[in-house]
Design a protein around this ligand. Structure first.
Ligand code: F6R
Length: 364
């Protein structure tokens, strides 16, 4: 039931404050500054490496998970696209563990990667949205996302719930490994608790985003840029856009711009930049200047501080609420989802059932 929404995707985007809140409440003990319901087969204190594999949007959630595990728990993470991992015959160290991420829990390549790791004898934990799925059954333990059924083919609420779990696990791993003090963990946990409210605030930008989307629906190519955790998010923005609006979009690390993609920039190829004001904001601004100098149109997703410091003249800006750096990718998922959604609506594509795509990819 779509309720009073035009599409399941729209409904699922707007459910995010609630389902993220459920997922966080399940895993985070806000009062006691710890991560609960942690029947993990993985002992984060004892492993020296973690391998994460998944496909599509779930892979991009894992990539953001890597940034968090490495930053807060000092745990090195290998992240792979499952269809590559399954055939790569990667040597698996005995002191490692493996995680898999899958909304459906049925993705063939992810399942095959899981079986490879199982065969190597390392502990396996999966983040799944469907608890009685094959991936859930074959894992040693699961971290369920409490997103509820996701009907729209393009993943939205499952993604932000996957991120909520990775964020919680990174804090737990940081505590277990002694890389976060109780005080530091308590700050991060407080920041996590603000996510549902911030996501709700971000969704209020919908009218502005819809206006930008109408213009976006007239172009054929889009470049998405970001640094740090905004880089996987740029790839997610590009994936969402190509899936449902059929506009060719590429997500790049902003620092890669001058190593190739800058050759594409002209007035017909808008560049969407995800750049909250943070310690590397100035680096991204210089990339934007390179784009502007070549006549590229910029759509900047940032906060007040970033908007006032960007000083790039006449560019489109989506001004987000101020978000703590840790939880930025969860909150900034909103504008990129809404941008893809409204662009597709403006183009009149079948948003919930995009051509050539299936919700669950059970063949390789
Ligand atoms: C993108 C999308 C796909 C899935 C991918 C993995 O919007 O939905 O990229 O993320 O097919 O699916 P699951 O998570 O079911 O393994």
């Amino acid at each position: 039931d779509k309720g009073n929404h035009r599409h399941f995707m729209e409904k699922e985007i707007h459910e995010q404050p609630e389902v993220i809140s459920h997922t966080l409440a399940h895993y985070v003990d806000f009062a006691n500054v710890t991560v609960k319901n942690f029947e993990s087969p993985i002992d984060f204190a004892r492993i020296d490496r973690l391998s994460i594999s998944a496909c599509g949007t779930a892979y991009l959630a894992g990539l953001i998970g890597k940034y968090w595990f490495e930053r807060y728990a000092r745990l090195p993470v290998d992240i792979d696209i499952a269809s590559e991992f399954r055939y790569r015959e990667m040597p698996i160290s005995k002191n490692s563990a493996a995680m898999f991420v899958s909304q459906s829990g049925e993705t063939a390549d992810t399942l095959a990667s899981l079986r490879y790791c199982k065969n190597e004898g390392v502990p396996i934990a999966s983040i799944v949205n469907v608890r009685d799925s094959t991936i859930a059954r074959e894992s040693n333990g699961i971290f369920p996302t409490l997103a509820g059924p996701e009907i729209g083919v393009a993943s939205t609420k499952a993604f932000t719930c996957q991120l909520s779990i990775f964020a919680s696990l990174a804090v737990r791993a940081g505590l277990d490994r002694g890389t976060l003090t109780k005080d530091q963990a308590s700050t991060l946990i407080r920041e996590l608790s603000e996510v549902p409210r911030l996501v709700r605030e971000a969704s209020k930008l919908e009218d502005k985003i819809e206006k930008i989307a109408r213009k976006l629906s007239e172009v054929r190519h889009v470049l998405y840029l970001g640094r740090d955790t905004s880089y996987p998010l740029a790839m997610e923005g590009a994936l969402k856009l190509k899936e449902i609006s059929y506009i060719h979009a590429e997500g790049y690390a902003a620092g890669e711009l001058k190593h190739g993609p800058i050759a594409l920039i002209d007035k017909h190829m808008p560049v969407i930049v995800i750049a909250p004001y943070d310690r590397i904001f100035e680096k991204t601004v210089s990339n934007m200047q390179e784009v502007a100098a070549r006549g590229g149109q910029i759509i900047l997703i940032t906060d007040e501080e970033g908007a006032s410091r960007a000083s790039l003249g006449d560019i489109e800006t989506i001004i987000m609420p101020k978000v703590p750096e840790f939880v930025t990718p969860i909150v900034y998922a909103l504008p990129i989802q809404l941008l893809a959604y409204h662009t597709a609506v403006a183009m009149g594509t079948d948003v919930d059932q995009p051509r050539n795509l299936a919700k669950s990819v059970t063949v390789e």
